[in-house]
Design a binder for this molecule. Structure first.
Ligand SMILES: [Zn+2]
Length: 232
């Protein structure tokens, strides 16, 4: 008798389970979203390094801030699916012994661009900090080569993102005649992330969270650039 009751319970359970399968079929597996920068190769260039400190003000060296932001930018771009190559990942530059001053500087910059050529990169982004005599000047600026349409779009995309940093001076993208921008064969940008000469901005630029925010904005600008480039 007991066995018959159990059989009946099991049968009812099986019938209701099969009915459930028909009434509520399993939802099709959602397609995994493709990371926005998948397939892109990006060269991130921390400005200066080694014996070339870049700007120095109030005991702060530009080269250190450039490297810290570049490392954070690399991480952010990789999270979006890009392959990222740093021109250098420590406190050194790419010049060789025996070269001096201007010659060494030119060699260093040439080697940075060579990395972009050899890696068949899609984009070159150089990170710097500005410094002038007037202490009141502040804000991030993205620079492009005057002859490069894609460079202009890239700089404008990054500048647009930078404008959303709380307290950031609202600046516009500008042209600049400099070696890496003039000689890059791919869309290139040079971002001056702020002014070392402005005491308030200098303090912010030393803060890891602020650096991460700037890296995130540059990364978003690069993402925006590729989205606009492919759509139009
Ligand atoms: Zn610099």
């Amino acid at each position: 008798m007991e066995r018959i009751v159990w059989r009946s319970i099991i049968r009812k359970f099986m019938v209701s389970s099969i009915a459930c399968l028909f009434l509520f079929p399993a939802a099709p597996a959602a397609a995994t979203p493709v990371p926005p920068l998948k397939g892109k190769i990006i060269v991130v260039d921390p400005g200066h390094g080694g014996y070339d400190p870049g700007a120095v003000r109030g005991g702060v060296y530009e080269k250190h801030i450039n490297l810290q932001i570049a490392l954070k930018l690399k991480k952010s771009l990789e999270e979006k699916g890009a392959a990222v190559i740093l021109t250098h990942d420590g406190d050194y530059n790419l010049a060789i012994p025996g070269l001096h001053a201007r010659e060494a500087h030119r060699y260093d910059l040439g080697k940075r661009l060579e990395i972009a050529d050899k890696s068949k990169a899609d984009l070159f982004a150089s990170i710097h900090v500005n410094c002038i005599n007037a202490i009141s000047c502040k804000g991030a600026e993205a620079f492009y080569n005057p002859g490069s349409k894609t460079g202009k779009l890239l700089a404008e995309c990054i500048q647009a993102e930078m404008r959303s940093v709380p307290g950031m001076e609202k600046r516009t993208a500008k042209t600049r005649d400099c070696y890496v921008l003039s000689n890059a064969r791919i869309p290139a940008v040079l971002v001056e992330v702020g002014y070392l000469s402005n005491p308030d901005e200098r303090k912010k630029l030393l803060d890891g969270n602020y650096q991460a925010m700037l890296a995130d904005k540059i990364s978003r600008g690069i993402e925006r650039f590729f989205a606009m480039e492919t759509s139009g």
